[in-house]
Ligand binder design. Structure first.
Ligand SMILES: [Zn+2]
Length: 561
């Protein structure tokens, strides 16, 4: 009896450990089954994904429902990022987030539009008090869309706790069918330093991966000496879609003892950028493949748990050890990788020399680099590790290493432009040169007396660029002097070749009209249902300004009755 009781207790404890969160409180925010295009904490560019990407049958306009009772506590409309996003606070302290929406439910839409017309801005952010927009579970709050940085129609859904930390929504009992094991794409071995070697090399080694009949994996055996770690490329697939999504948990073991864990239940937005130190960043920049390192070196991420030696193992001569990796999805489908390691002095080889330059950037110091007209300032703790930086300036082109080392803080690049005349300075901006064609990409540039200053987290090539061309504006679905009585929308295409669009303003008969901007299609859209166009003869005026201040004005007449 005692035994059964303690077994029961154990099972209860285990279940609670898995489910510390209210179950069945939050419902499906769509009327269709949850099928995922993206999982929580999967690896994205400079961040972990903070929610679930729920598929919407490749369509926009699906009804989005409140996941539980509460009130709309925040609405944000932005050109980029989440696009149109709605936040609902719930009495239990959690907040749900719905993003990339096409539009809001009628009462919320009216509230948002009133504010947009008051502020004369498409982009707004507002924090309504609980009495303004209360919602009940499963009530209509919005329609799904593809706004902001979304690459296809879907609903981005999040659950956040009181500290604004996103938590895996699946921990709240949202059920997703998944009966297959995570898939391993590649395994790498990393010697930690100049005195550590794998297979006679102290560069990282890609290991030959051997799939086993039961779905697990092994690799070729390795010979090593010194301190080494491993990295993995892995993904998971759910049953109802082919999307390659993120896994839920990765653990590593040496001779049966767990040494390291990547635990993707929850994280905070201030730490999400440290993903760049979890993945092999250089490999990612060069190959676009994300290797997760199963060891921790100068990485403050709280999702990493180290039981021993930050996930590294020390390999001594004439020893045999077994390193295992367990990869699990949320449904606890697991895949194992087994790596046999033979410790051998024979693996010692000539160490790879460290490439030096005259400029050592130390993380615990500020560093200033200066040549010709360019000054670069790194604050303390801009980088995770000390390194020798490549630095040179030739004819206003700054060579600032390669973008293969991640920065956790922005640094300043400043150009002395006192030898330019004032008129020319006004058309100058700091650009990062991207791709093999060195295309100039505008970096937000401030003028400070005789300097232009830009702040960035990306190393690479920079230059001063000039934008002398005005933005272009052209009508999409109408012509000058046209009758538009039966039209629902007015669409205009806007573009800017060099520095890019900074802002726009549209009026009809001098009255501001709300035009929604979709940067992906470069389209401005006015909805006649807004009801602000009431005259028969209408003069549309659109002014677009680029990032250095060049502007264009487009005017057209149209008629309605
Ligand atoms: Zn998303």
């Amino acid at each position: 009896m005692k035994f059964i009781l303690s077994l029961f207790l154990l099972v209860t404890l285990f279940t609670n450990a898995q489910n510390n969160y209210p179950q069945d409180y939050f419902g499906n925010p769509l009327e269709i089954p949850v099928i995922l295009a993206g999982t929580f904490a999967e690896l994205r560019s400079n961040h972990f994904h903070s929610g679930l990407d729920i598929k919407t049958q490749q369509r926009t306009g699906l009804k989005v429902l409140a996941s539980a009772d509460g009130f709309v506590s925040r609405i944000k409309v932005s050109h980029f990022g989440y696009g149109k996003a709605l936040y609902i606070s719930h009495p239990n302290g959690y907040t749900t987030v719905y993003a990339h929406l096409q539009n809001f439910a009628p009462n919320i839409e009216a509230y948002v539009k009133k504010l947009q017309y008051e502020k004369e801005s498409y982009e707004i952010e507002v924090f309504p008090t609980p009495d303004v927009l209360p919602v009940t579970k499963e009530s209509l709050i919005a329609y799904s869309g593809n706004t902001g940085g979304s690459g296809g129609p879907h609903l981005h859904f999040e659950i956040r706790d009181k500290q604004e930390r996103p938590i895996n929504p699946m921990l709240f009992g949202i059920d997703i069918k998944d009966t297959t094991n995570p898939i391993v794409d590649a395994i790498y071995a990393y010697p930690l330093d100049q005195n550590s070697f794998v297979n006679n090399s102290n560069k990282k080694q890609k290991l030959r991966l051997i799939p086993l009949k039961n779905g697990d994996y092994t690799t070729e055996s390795i010979e090593a000496i010194g301190t080494i770690g491993f990295g993995i490329e892995t993904f998971d697939r759910q049953d109802l879609a082919a999307n390659s999504n993120g896994v839920y948990n990765i653990e590593s073991f040496v001779n049966g003892n767990r040494i390291f864990e990547i635990d993707l239940k929850s994280f905070s937005f201030d730490e999400t950028q440290h993903i760049n130190q979890l993945i092999d960043y250089k490999h990612y920049i060069e190959k676009k493949e994300r290797i997760q390192k199963l060891f921790k070196k100068n990485n403050p991420l709280t999702i990493l748990n180290s039981d021993f030696n930050n996930g590294f193992l020390s390999v001594e001569d004439s020893t045999n050890s077994v390193y295992k990796i367990r990869i699990a999805d949320y449904k606890n489908n697991e895949s194992w990788v087994t790596i046999n390691i033979k410790g051998s002095k024979n693996s010692i080889a000539e160490p790879k020399p460290i490439k030096t330059t005259p400029y050592l950037v130390k993380t615990d110091q500020t560093t200033t680099l200066k040549k010709e007209s360019v000054t670069v300032d790194f604050y303390r703790d801009t980088f995770y590790e000390d390194f020798y930086i490549d630095f040179d300036v030739k004819n206003d082109t700054l060579l600032l290493h390669k973008d293969n080392i991640p920065a956790m803080k922005s640094f300043n690049i400043s150009y002395d432009v006192s030898n330019y005349n004032n008129e020319d300075i006004n058309k100058l901006y700091i650009a990062r040169l991207v791709g093999y064609k060195n295309n100039p990409l505008y970096i937000f540039t401030k003028r400070n007396k005789n300097s232009l200053v830009a702040s960035t987290k990306t190393l690479g090539k920079y230059a001063l660029a000039t934008d002398n061309s005005e933005p272009t504006i052209s009508p999409i679905n109408f012509k000058n002097n046209q009758w538009l009585s039966n039209y629902r929308f007015l669409k205009v295409k806007i573009d800017d070749r060099d520095s890019g669009i900074s802002n726009f303003r549209a009026t009809v008969n001098e009255k501001w009209i709300l035009m929604e901007y979709d940067y992906k299609t470069k389209t401005l859209t006015y909805d006649f249902n807004d009801g602000v166009v009431t005259d028969t003869k209408n003069n549309l005026k659109v002014i677009v300004t680029d990032n250095v201040g060049n502007n264009s004005t487009f005017e057209a007449l149209f008629y309605r009755k």
